[in-house]
Ligand binder design. Structure first.
Ligand code: NAD
Length: 511
C-alpha cells in the first residue's frame, strides 16, 4: 500500500527556533551567506539557512567540549534514557520528518519514512546498549591481581554527513555516540540542511529539557569555512565522515596527520551475482529495489549485475520489463517508485557515464536518457547497459550516483567472483542462488571482499543491528549495530593489586 506524506512539514517541524531559517521567498542562491535548499523534484527553493563560519564553528566546538565534561559523568543508562526519549520525539515527528527528507532529497514516501524509522530503530538499539557497554576481564598472571578492560567516553566527536541519508546517518552516529558519553558536532551536507536543522532541533530539545544542553550541536557551512577546519581540529578526537571516496581520502589524511581517529563510510560499486539456479521471482524484485530505489543514489545501490550465461537472457527480459514499468515522477506522489536525481550535475554525470559506456562497447538495453517529467527537476530513466563480449567496460568500475546497472555474464563462479572483487570499492554485495555450495563459497574467505555480503536479497537496505561499512575504497569504517560502539569510546586496561606485596609481571625481580 503506497504511503502518503505529511502535507506541510516546513510548518510543523522545529525549523524556526535558532533564527537560521530563511523563508523560500527570501532564499537567494547568489547570496554567499546562505545555503539554499532546493526541492530536487521541482528545482524550487524550500527555504535557506544562514551559513556558519569559523567563529560559529569555534563556539560550537567549545560548547560541545564543555558539555562533554558534564555528559561523560552522567551514568550510561541515564544517557540511554535521554536517547530513548529522543526516539519517542522522532516517532512523534516521523511523518513530517519523512516528508521533509522526500522534499529535500527526492526520496519516495516510503523511503523517506523508512529513513526516519532507521533513526528511531538505532535510538532503541542505543538505549539498550547503554546498559551493555561492558569490558572484558582477563585472568592475571599475578596472585591477588585483577586485570580488566573498561570503555570510557571519547570526547566531542565530529559527524559529517552525505546528502542522501540526511537523517539516518546522523542517527547511526549520534545515538550511539550519546550513550557512549560523547557529545556531537554535526556538519550536514549543504544539499540537505533543513532536514539536519529539524533533526538536531528535535534531539537538542529533548536533551535540554532533561538538563543536558550542548550534547547535540549543529554547524552548517561550506567545506572551506567549516568542513576542513572541523576535520583538522584536535579537540574532536573522532571524525566520522560519510560521503564520496574522494572526500574520505582528504579527511582520512588530515585526521591521521594529527593522530586523530576517523571512521570513514564512503562510496560503493556493489554487485549481485546471479547463479543459474537462482529463483528469479526473488532476483528480479531484489535487483529492481537495489538498483533503482532512491534513483540509484544509495552507497549500497547495485551498480553491477554478474549473471550466469545460462540465465542472463530470461533474467534480463524480466528485469527490463520491471524497469520499464517503474513509475518515474514526483516523489510525493504515492504511486512513484523513481524520484529525481539530486541536481543537474548528477544528471550530467549520468549522461556522461552512458556516453562513455556506449563508446566502450556497452549496449543500452533500456533507459539511457532523461525521463520526460515536466516538474522542473532532473529525472532520468533507470538504465541497464550490457558489457561487450570479454566483459571489458572501464566505466563500470566507477561509482556514478544514478540508476545505471552494468551487466556482465560468466561461465563459472570463480570468474564471477574475480569480476565481483575486481573493483576498488568493497561496500556491499549479494549472490542469488538456491545452491548451498555457491552461497557458502560467496561467504567464504575466497568469496566476496565486501563489508556486507548477502544471499537472496539485494545489496541495499541494511538493518541497524549489524555493523555497517565497507572495505578498500569504501573506507573500512563500521557504524550502527554489533560492536561498532567501540569506535566511539576509548579502551582502558586496568590492573588492580589487592594483595600486600608488589609483584612484577613476567617474573621480573627488581631490587
Ligand atoms: P560528498 O563527498 O560530496 O560530501 C559528503 C560530505 O562531506 C558533505 O557534508 C560535504 O560537505 C563533506 N565534505 C566534502 N569534502 C570535505 C572535506 N575536504 N572536509 C570536510 N568535509 C567535506 O558526498 P555526497 O555527494 O553528499 O554523497 C554521496 C556519496 O556518499 C556517494 O559516494 C555515496 O556512496 C557516499 N555515501 C556513503 C555512505 C556509507 O555509509 N558508506 C552512505 C551514504 C553516502
Amino acid at each position: 500500500m503506497p504511503q502518503k506524506m505529511a502535507t506541510n512539514p516546513l510548518q510543523s517541524l522545529p525549523l524556526h527556533e535558532d533564527g537560521r531559517f530563511i523563508a523560500p521567498g527570501s532564499a537567494d542562491p547568489a547570496d554567499p551567506s546562505q545555503a539554499v535548499s532546493l526541492n530536487p523534484a521541482t528545482g524550487q527553493p524550500l527555504g535557506a539557512v544562514r551559513l556558519d563560519g569559523p567563529r560559529e564553528l569555534e563556539a560550537t566546538i567549545e560548547r560541545a567540549r564543555d558539555a562533554f565534561l558534564r555528559w561523560r559523568s552522567v551514568p550510561a543508562p541515564q544517557r540511554g534514557e535521554v536517547v530513548r526519549r529522543i526516539g519517542n520525539a522522532l516517532r512523534e515527528h516521523k511523518d513530517a520528518l519523512g516528508a521533509l527528507v522526500c522534499l529535500e532529497v527526492g526520496k519516495i514516501a516510503s523511503e523517506g519514512l523508512g529513513e526516519v524509522q532507521e533513526t528511531i530503530d538505532i535510538a532503541d538499539y542505543a538505549t539498550g546498549l547503554s546498559r551493555m557497554l561492558g569490558g572484558r576481564t582477563m585472568p592475571s598472571e599475578r596472585a591477588d591481581h585483577r586485570l580488566f578492560e573498561q570503555w570510557q567516553p571519547l570526547g566531542p566527536i565530529g559527524v559529517i554527513t552525505a546528502f542522501n541519508f540526511p537523517n539516518a546517518v546522523w542517527g547511526w552516529n549520534a545515538m550511539i555516540a550519546a550513550v557512549c558519553g560523547d557529545t556531537v558536532v554535526w556538519k550536514p551536507s549543504l544539499l540537505a540542511p533543513l532536514t539536519a536543522m529539524a533533526t538536531n532541533a528535535i534531539a537538542d530539545k529533548v536533551a535540554r529539557e532533561m538538563g543536558h544542553e550542548g550534547v547535540f550541536n549543529l554547524v552548517i557551512g561550506t567545506d572551506d569555512m567549516v568542513g576542513r577546519p572541523m576535520v583538522a581540529d584536535a579537540r574532536l578526537p573522532l571524525i566520522s565522515a560519510t560521503g564520496s571516496t574522494a572526500m574520505g581520502r582528504q579527511v582520512g589524511q588530515v585526521v591521521a596527520a594529527r593522530l586523530g581517529r576517523s571512521l570513514l563510510e564512503l562510496g560503493g560499486n556493489n554487485a549481485v551475482i546471479v547463479e543459474p539456479d537462482a529463483d528469479l521471482d526473488l532476483a528480479v524484485p531484489a535487483l529492481l529495489f537495489a538498483a533503482v530505489g532512491t534513483a540509484g543514489q544509495r552507497c549500497t545501490t547495485t551498480r553491477r549485475l554478474i549473471a550466469h550465461e545460462a540465465i542472463v537472457g530470461p533474467l534480463l527480459e524480466r528485469l527490463i520489463d520491471a524497469y520499464e514499468r517503474a513509475p518515474i515522477g514526483d516523489p510525493m506522489d504515492p504511486g512513484t517508485l523513481v524520484g529525481p536525481l539530486i541536481h543537474d550535475k548528477a544528471a550530467q554525470a549520468f549522461d556522461a557515464a552512458v556516453t562513455k559506456a556506449i563508446a566502450q562497447g556497452g549496449t543500452v538495453l533500456t533507459g539511457g536518457t532523461r525521463a520526460d517529467v515536466a516538474l522542473g527537476g532532473c529525472f532520468v530513466c533507470p538504465t541497464i547497459i550490457r558489457a561487450p563480449q570479454g566483459n571489458t567496460l572501464p566505466i563500470a568500475s566507477e561509482e556514478t550516483f544514478a540508476p545505471i546497472l552494468y551487466v556482465f555474464s560468466y561461465r563459472n563462479l570463480d570468474d564471477a567472483l574475480a569480476l565481483h572483487n575486481g573493483t576498488a570499492h568493497g561496500l556491499s554485495s549479494a549472490i542469488m542462488t538456491t545452491n548451498v555450495r555457491a552461497s557458502e563459497r560467496f561467504l567464504s574467505p575466497a568469496g566476496s571482499d565486501c563489508g556486507i555480503a548477502n544471499v537472496n536479497i539485494g545489496t541495499s537496505g541494511a538493518e541497524i543491528g549489524g555493523a555497517f561499512g565497507g572495505e578498500k575504497d569504501s573506507g573500512g569504517g563500521r557504524e550502527a549495530g554489533s560492536d561498532s560502539w567501540k569506535a566511539y569510546m576509548r579502551r582502558q586496561t586496568c590492573t588492580i593489586n589487592y594483595g600486600a606485596s608488589l609483584r612484577l609481571a613476567q617474573g621480573v625481580r627488581f631490587g
